[in-house]
Design a protein around this ligand. Structure first.
Ligand code: SF4
Ligand code: SF4
Length: 111
């Protein structure tokens, strides 16, 4: 499943550079599926279009880009680094390991 960031986020910014999928954005920032992925090379429609921020005041995670770090690390890096433990599993976006690996391949491996 995806990880999500709760309202306890103190905006320290420590998690953002650790994400191998560039799935974490600062509050108020626009985001793209193509950021940090190879989707632009696949010419998937809309991957380079900037999308509206999901949160204005705290960091947020794009579920479609989060693989729980599967394919890169054994543990979700944002959970490990967050100083206030506000990165938690998002039960509404459950995916098993196989699905997460498929997502990683979709995001990063060119056709
Ligand atoms: S679990 Fe990994 S892929 Fe998901 S947001 Fe955190 S660092 Fe990024
Ligand atoms: S590491 Fe935690 S507190 Fe810092 S920006 Fe990320 S989610 Fe927020």
């Amino acid at each position: 499943m995806s990880i999500k960031i709760t309202e306890e986020c103190i905006n320290c910014g420590a998690c953002e550079p650790e994400c191998p999928n560039q799935a974490i954005y600062e509050g108020g920032k626009k985001w793209r599926m193509s950021d940090g992925t190879s989707l632009e090379n696949k010419k998937i429609l809309d991957s380079t279009i900037f999308q509206k921020p999901k949160k204005k005041d705290i960091y947020f995670i794009i579920p479609e880009k989060c693989t729980e770090c599967v394919g890169f690390y054994n543990q979700p890096q944002c959970i490990m680094i967050c100083p206030v433990q506000c990165c938690i599993p998002d039960q509404e976006n459950y995916e098993n390991k196989e699905k997460l690996l498929q997502k990683k391949i979709f995001l990063h491996e060119s056709d």
